[in-house]
Design a protein around this ligand. Structure first.
Ligand code: NAD
Length: 252
């Protein structure tokens, strides 16, 4: 465990899945946490549950695909807690799998507006605050789909490959200015997103299991552990990496 007492963490997509697990982990490590989500009520409820346990937390409604809302989210974090030390840009969506010759332009635009432009936008506004402080750590959420290609996922994989590009570019740019930027590439993780996709699809689940060397899905807490490590003083020389946390998926 790490000691983030006195530090401020921002997590997007914090009302569910790995965002929620990471927000909780930051709070348990002593950080004040801003939980941002499209679902404002759920973000506020998650923040209230943390404050009820004695942590510092704020729930904020934010659509990361809207630059004004992303800027306001960062501003609110700084107004409330005075600074911004760590950010996990995690909010993301899936679109239905489709033949690459049939994918719909509206699905491509939607998934890239949230997963790619949303992370680019959040990173941009977080960097303005961290640049002024001269310190900070950002972790962007990519995917195993940012490292390899699976069939019928061209639009989603485009967004996740893009996240690695914007991470590496900004990481190199800000490395000497005290700000570390990395990406995490989760494998298949047991969250509401995956449960929704695989509901009633035993065959698809069996297929995924075959590709997981570890023989099980990952947990949201296993992603939170990686994000906290990337933000921690244990990772001060780690810059611009796309870290697979995938039970061996991309290794085989
Ligand atoms: P999830 O659906 O459980 O949670 C995602 C959260 O993001 C939800 O609370 C949702 O309301 C929020 N969100 C969606 N659109 C938003 C927007 N425009 N603005 C703000 N918040 C928004 O999903 P999860 O499985 O925890 O996924 C989190 C991230 O991890 C996503 O970027 C996803 O692509 C990525 N990922 C997931 C897996 C997996 O197997 N679950 C694997 C690789 C990558």
């Amino acid at each position: 465990t790490y000691d983030f007492t006195g530090q401020v963490a921002l997590v997007t997509g914090a009302a569910s899945g790995m965002g929620l697990a990471t927000a909780r982990a930051f709070a348990h490590a002593g950080a004040a946490v801003v939980l941002a989500d499209l679902d404002r009520r759920a973000a506020e409820a998650a923040a209230e549950s943390l404050t009820g346990d004695g942590h510092q937390a704020l729930g904020v409604g934010c659509d990361v695909a809207d630059e004004d809302q992303a800027a306001a989210m960062v501003e609110r974090a700084v107004q409330t807690f005075g600074r911004l030390d760590m950010a996990f840009n995690n909010a993301g969506i899936q679109v239905p799998p489709a033949d690459a010759a049939e994918e719909r332009a509206e699905d491509f635009d939607r998934v890239n507006a949230v997963n790619l432009r949303g992370i680019w936008t959040c990173q941009k506004h977080e960097l303005r605050q961290m640049r002024a402080q001269g310190s900070g750590a950002i972790v962007n959420c990519s995917s195993l789909g940012g490292l390899v290609g699976l069939p019928e996922r061209a639009a989603y994989h485009a967004s996740k490959h893009g996240v690695i590009g914007l991470t590496r570019s900004a990481a190199v740019e800000y490395a000497a200015r005290g700000i570390r930027i990395n990406a995490v590439c989760p494998g298949t993780i047991d969250t509401p997103m995956v449960a929704g996709m695989l509901e009633g699809q035993a065959e698809a689940m069996a297929e995924i299991m075959k590709q997981q060397p570890i023989g099980r899905l990952g947990t949201a807490d296993e992603i939170a552990n990686a994000v906290l490590w990337l933000c921690s003083p244990a990772a001060t020389f780690v810059i611009g990496v796309a870290l697979p946390v995938d039970g061996g998926f991309t290794a085989h």
